[in-house]
Design a protein. Structure first.
Length: 249
């Protein structure tokens, strides 16, 4: 199976003060990201289509996400939403697969496995059952709105521990006090003028959705800012954002 390459692969193993580990820093992998946008006058229709396909209600305000069936929805603009869910393991980039541009199925590795080209750089096995993204594409016609896959263009980082809020406060110009930026709250903000989506997924846990181009720099900033406290580094696969927000994991 082909997998997305992490934007942090070339960063090398970070170092921290290891005798005390009040902080954990890492990358969340195994998730898919889709941007949904409505046209003028089609927001209500898009909301109905998303609810029918995924069972999740699109949020009305830019303060807390809505979720259902493993999919989390953020409102990022007047007619724009960001949907996060489990990665579709059956889809993969053709960048390193040496596939032809033909729309007909092509063999890959195993003789009994055939892939169909479903986009300029995307394939999936012929006859595979659709994912949550496929269900949404079928429910949202082009006249209703646009669906843009962003999985390959975003990196999802997290910072967890008692000093997490203090670390982030040195680079993010917003009030992160727990009574203001509540658990499960999110904001489109900037870390040292670099745009990020900041989501507080636990009492001491924060996640940052970062443009892939800036992921390496944001990672270096986080590990540098965490040095005075000490930190450990882990990698985490996608899990239910509901469980994270409830503090169960």
């Amino acid at each position: 199976m082909l997998e997305r390459r992490s934007a942090l692969e070339s960063s090398g193993p970070p170092t921290g003060r290891r005798e005390a580990r009040p902080l954990v820093i890492g990358e969340v992998r195994g998730f898919a990201l889709l941007q949904a946008g409505a046209f003028v006058g089609t927001v209500a229709a898009l909301e109905r289509a998303v609810r029918s396909a995924l069972g999740v209600d699109l949020p009305k305000r830019m303060d807390a996400p809505r979720r259902a069936n493993g999919v989390c929805a953020f409102k990022t603009g007047p007619e724009q939403f960001l949907l996060v869910g489990p990665e579709d393991a059956r889809s993969a980039s053709t960048e390193h697969a040496g596939l032809e541009s033909s729309s007909s199925p092509v063999p890959l590795f195993a003789e009994d496995t055939r892939l169909c080209k479903v986009g300029p750089e995307q394939v999936r096995p012929a006859g595979a059952q659709g994912s949550w993204m496929d269900a949404l594409r079928e429910a949202v016609p082009s006249a209703m709105g646009s669906l843009t896959p962003l999985s390959h263009g975003r990196t999802r980082l997290f910072l967890e521990g008692t000093p997490a809020r203090e670390v982030l406060s040195t680079g993010i110009a917003m009030d992160l006090h727990p009574e203001v930026f509540r658990c499960d709250g999110y904001a489109l903000t900037g870390l040292e003028d670099t745009p990020v989506l900041l989501h507080r997924t636990g009492s001491q846990r924060y996640e940052l959705y970062v443009l892939r181009t800036y992921a390496g720099w944001i990672w270096e900033w986080l590990t540098d800012a965490a040095q005075p406290f000490g930190y450990d580094v882990v990698e985490k696969t996608h899990v239910s954002l509901l469980a994270e927000a409830d503090g169960r994991i």
